[in-house]
Design a protein around this ligand. Sequence first.
Ligand code: IPM
Ligand code: MG
Length: 407
Amino acid sequence: MVDEAAIKAAQEKYGILLRKQLERVERLKNEPDWTDYSKLDKLIIGVCGGDGIGPYICASAQKVMEFLLADKIKAGKVEIRQIDGLTIERRAEVLKAIPDDTLEELKKCHVILKGPTTTPAKGDPWPNIESANVAMRKELDLFANVRPVSVPELGIDWVFYRENTEGSYALGSDGFFVTDDLAMDYCVATRQGTERIIRAGFEHARKTGKNYVSIIVKANIIKTTDGLFVDLADEIGKEYPEVKHDVWFIDITTAKLIDPARRADFKVFVLPNLYGDIITDEAAQIQGGVGTAGSANIGKKYAMFEAIHGSAPRMVTEGRAQYADPCSMIKAVAMMMEHIGETEKAHKLNMALDVCVQFEKKLVMTGRDTGATGDEFAQYIMDTMQRPDLEAVWQGYIDKAKAKAAQ
Ligand code: IPM
Ligand code: MG
C-alpha cells in the first residue's frame, strides 16, 4: 500500500522548498554591483579562527596578512577585526550554523579570513546543524569558489571555478525521509546562479589569456541541472569567441587529472558545487596535499578566504595543532590580496609560497614535531618575501621546473 498521507506531507515540505528557491531567484535577478575596493575609505577585514586547528593556522596566516598590510593598517586604511562565535560549541549552543550576532558582525566586514570549521556529520556528538561554511557561502552569497592549483614541474596551472551556493549543497540539510524506507535529497540549479559562475570562469580565461574552459558535469545522468550548465556554457561561450570550451564528465575528469599525457592541457574548470568539492581535493593532492591549497569564496558584495580542508580535530586532541600546515590559509591570504586589488603583494606572497613550499624547502611541515611549527613556517615565508632577490630566485626555479616539465 502506498502511503498517501506521507506523499501529501512530503508535497507540502517540497512546496516550501520550492517557494524559498523561487524567492531566491527573484533576489538573484536584483544582485548588487561588485564592491569597488579602491573606493572604500577603510577596508574592514574580519578574521574568524574556526575550530580544531583553525585558530592555529589562521593566527599564522593573520601574521602574514598583517605584515603585508602593515602600512595600510597604520594609516587607518585597513582595519582587522577579530570575530568570535564561529566555534562548534557556540553554534551547537544556539543551534545555528552561524549565530545571529556573529553573522551581523561578519556582514559589517568587506572581506573575511576564516579558519576551517567543524561540520557536524551523522554519528557525531554535535547536533545536526548546517555546515558553517555552507551557511556563510549562502548568507553572503559567495557564489564563486575559486581554487587554484599549480605544479610548475608538471606543467600544471589549473583554476577551479566551483559553483558555491547551489547544486547538491543548496538543500543539503533539507532532504527528508518521505517514509522510513524512502530518503530524498535535492539538487538545485538556477539560470542566474549557473550563468554567473560560468561567466566568472570565462572572464578569468579571457583576462589571463588562458582562453580555455572545461565544463565538468555528469549531464548524461543528472540531465536537468547539469544539462543547464552545458546549455548555458554554449550560450555564454558565444560572447567569448577567443575562449575555447569543452564539456567533460566528472568521472573521466578525475582520471584525466592524474594522466600525465593530458592533464597539463586543462586550464580553467567550471563545475557544480559537489563535483567541485570532490575534485579540488584531488587536484590539491597533486600539488602536495590539501594543506597547500587556498580557496576564495567570492560574491559581488562580500568575499571570504579560507583553507580548502577541514578542522582536523584529531591534531588538537593529539597535542600537535601547532604543527598544522598554515600554507592553505596563507595561500588564501594571497588570494585576498589579489581580490582587494593588492596585486603586487599577492604576487610577492605567491612567489614566496612557491619558493618555500615547492622549491627551496628550508623548512618542512610534517604535521608533527619532526617538522616546523605553523608559526615558524609563516616566519620563513615572511623572511622570504623580504629577500631582495626574490623575483630572480623564483624565476630561476620556475624556469628550471618548466624545462623539466617540457622534457
Ligand atoms: C570545502 C569543504 C566544505 C565543503 C565542508 C567543510 C562543508 O569540504 O570547502 O571543500 O564541502 O564545501
Ligand atoms: Mg571539500
